[in-house]
Design a binder for this molecule. Structure first.
Ligand SMILES: [Zn+2]
Length: 282
């Protein structure tokens, strides 16, 4: 287990927590000069790990890779570096995805998945960020399914008596969780505003792929492939584009806030495209 993972997961003493809250980390100053420039986009599953299978022939690993590539294109257009943890149909172990993201020094990690349920009527969008305790039974089940590829390690169990202290073990982890929460809300708002899919809210659960990341991280479930109506939508290119655009809007708003907090002005806006001239010109 990597040290960052241990830091996020390992039980930490209250003393450490208190010490960290009164002493800013030494790297705070240099970090403040860093502009938000890299997004890591993680298409769930791949290779033998197909993820969920649903109506209209949808296979989760194919759907989420397609959406991830569409998202990459939009973020690149906005001037961001984008790293995909996989760009083809290949199995990438969950811990390797974390390594890829940390090595790329990503400013944001966005894992894209699709939901499944035995009840065909289950539908909607939900966004997760990390915790050791699932926020409800549904969240626990989603995490169990998405962690299924990670067979080497059962879902980590940390000191049950005080999981909060464990996860807030240092200031950096607490800050990352706060930022993850903020981005989860942005992403959830944008994607669930798209169409008739209800918002199932922002939730927390112990997703292996979100552990040990040194950047804010969320996992978005973009709809239920087991719901015939949502599967029909998800099968269309138009809907995949709209989801990618919604996620890009959320990431760009997160970038704006991130840079503003560090006193960095937003990058200069793109010049108006010629085809937009004359709009509203009377
Ligand atoms: Zn999945």
């Amino acid at each position: 287990m990597r040290s960052a993972q241990r830091r996020a997961l390992g039980a930490a003493s209250v003393a450490v927590l208190i010490a960290c809250t009164v002493t800013p980390p030494a790297h705070a100053e240099s970090a403040s000069l860093e502009r938000f420039d890299t997004v890591v986009v993680d298409a769930g599953h791949g290779g033998d790990d197909e993820g969920a299978r649903g109506a209209h022939g949808i296979v989760e690993k194919e759907l989420v890779l397609d959406v991830a590539k569409r998202l990459r294109a939009r973020l690149q257009e906005a001037g961001l570096e984008v790293v995909l943890t996989r760009d083809r149909d290949v199995y990438v172990p969950l811990e390797q995805r974390t390594d890829i993201a940390n090595r790329a020094r990503g400013d944001l990690f966005l894992s894209i998945h699709a939901n499944a349920a035995s009840a065909r009527e289950a539908r909607g969008i939900e966004t997760f960020f990390l915790s050791l305790e699932a926020s409800d039974d549904d969240a626990r089940q989603v995490a169990a399914r998405e962690n299924a590829a990670f067979r080497d390690l059962a879902v980590p169990v940390v000191a049950e008596d005080d999981p909060l202290v464990a996860i807030l073990g240092d200031l950096a982890a607490a800050e990352l969780l706060q930022e993850s929460d903020a981005f989860a809300r942005l992403a959830q708002r944008e994607v669930s505003a798209l169409n008739g899919s209800p918002s199932r809210g922002v939730k927390q659960a112990p997703f292996v792929v979100l552990m040990g990341l040194e950047m804010p991280a969320v996992l978005v479930e973009i709809g239920f492939v087991t719901n015939p109506d949502e599967a029909h939508e998800l099968a269309s290119e138009g809907q995949r584009d709209r989801i990618a655009e919604a996620l890009a809007r959320a990431a760009l708003e997160f970038r704006r806030r991130y840079d503003a907090r560090r006193g960095l002005a937003a990058p200069a806006p793109e010049p108006a495209a010629p085809d937009r001239m004359g709009e509203g010109g009377g």
